[in-house]
Ligand binder design. Structure first.
Ligand code: GLA
Length: 394
């Protein structure tokens, strides 16, 4: 089969062994279990989720694993095999603005579960993972969702995956302090192997849309520019604010409810910048619906123009691309990719390319060459597969 020792299942088995050993070393006992949640790529539907719009992400075979065990008392102790120092926190003292650094993610989840009425008791948590941080692949949602799944199981929360995605998002918005939408947490909870997740972020209705890449001779490459999310926090919040102001000016609850005609008719009232932000959102929503139509029909090889239009709109109207992302996308398409676009919030991070399996090596080489020619540091190019969402492993 395709999975060698270094492949996804081999990697996952290695992760479980490592995180269990890490837990034993730090706590002197065995964990009660091991849980995992994946990162994601977004196929299309960028910066639409906080406008009540549509998105089409897929969970990927890169994940955070969490070994957890209950303990007496009211403290949460967390360790990461990658991130900064461990934290030892009084559960009752966790809340917005009270936890610094990476521990705000797991601590925020414990707090948000409490807000949802779950009695979280003392617990030790050790996490490990292979979702690269700062690459636009939602390592933070993976950490939140792995923690949420672990704590929900250990403390018998009785919450379904959609409710747990809400808990994870609340941790990110209120305790970490990033005003993200709900896409990343939803797909990390609900992803399914071989499928993309079509999500209506207003109703939270979902559809698992088949993504049979291998069967049609395609693969999905992540082109990680390794240029971090520059200015991501302020610029992301600015985009959100512009969208809210545009929706208010148009007299609609959210840009989801606006049509292109309405946005165009209100161009002068909106002003140049808000007009372009709004135009991105309404056209991007339409592109998601078109892409879902192509996937339902099995026409994956016709996604190229939609991916190209999405990237151009994010670059020109929404202004969240970067020279590195543009270079990656252009080089991939020039080397024969079916299509490519930036994925995630932008301002650095990763692009994705849909590529004929036989061309994957060439596309990777061309992207690396283009980066070298432009004087950028080397990108990381890796194939990913659409994978299952959060689950208990052991
Ligand atoms: C980040 C956020 C998501 C979404 C994307 C842009 O990944 O966490 O909620 O807004 O950016 O589509």
């Amino acid at each position: 089969m395709s999975d060698r020792a270094g492949g996804p299942a081999g990697r996952a088995a290695g992760q479980v062994g490592r995180v269990v050993a890490g837990f034993r070393e730090r706590t002197g006992r065995d964990p009660d279990g091991v849980w995992a949640a994946p990162g994601r790529v977004n196929l299309i539907g960028e910066h639409t989720d906080y406008n009540d719009g549509f998105v089409l992400p897929a969970a990927i075979d890169r994940q955070v694993v969490a070994a957890a065990g209950r303990r007496d008392g009211g403290r949460l102790r967390v360790w990461s095999l990658q991130e900064g120092p461990p934290a030892d926190l009084e559960l009752a003292g966790i809340g917005p603005g009270r936890v610094e650094g990476w521990a705000a993610y797991p601590a925020g989840v414990a707090w948000a579960l409490g807000q949802a009425g779950v009695e979280v008791g003392g617990v030790d948590l050790v996490v490990d993972g292979d979702v690269p941080g700062g690459a636009g692949l939602s390592s933070s949602a993976a950490l939140e969702c792995a923690t949420a799944t672990a704590l929900a199981d250990l403390f018998e929360a009785g919450l379904d995956p959609v409710a747990l995605a809400g808990v994870a998002r609340r941790a990110e918005n209120e305790v970490v302090g990033v005003p993200s939408g709900v896409m990343d947490q939803m797909v990390s909870m609900l992803g399914r192997a071989g499928h993309a997740l079509f999500l209506d972020t207003r109703s939270l209705e979902t559809e698992q849309v088949p993504l049979p890449l291998e069967a049609v001779g395609l693969c999905l490459l992540v082109l990680d520019t390794r240029a971090g999310h520059r200015l991501v926090d302020g610029a992301y919040a600015d985009r959100r604010a512009a969208c809210e102001a545009a929706a208010a000016a148009l007299g609609v609850p959210a840009l989801r409810d606006a049509t292109l005609g309405r946005v165009e008719a209100a161009a002068s009232e909106l002003g140049e910048e808000r007009f372009r932000r709004a135009r991105h959102v309404v056209t991007e929503n339409a592109r998601v619906l078109a892409a879902v139509g192509l996937l339902r029909a099995g026409d994956l090889d016709r996604l190229g123009p939609l991916l190209a239009a999405s990237h151009a709109s994010l670059r020109d109207d929404y202004e969240v691309s970067s020279p590195e992302l543009d270079t990656a996308v252009e080089a991939a398409v020039a080397a024969g990719a079916v299509g490519a676009r930036m994925t995630g919030a932008g301002f650095g991070g990763s692009a994705i390319a849909l590529v004929g399996t036989d061309l994957a090596g060439r596309v990777g080489d061309r992207v690396r060459d283009a980066f070298a020619a432009a004087g950028f540091g080397p990108p990381a190019v890796e194939a990913v597969t659409a994978s299952d969402g959060a689950r208990r492993l052991v």
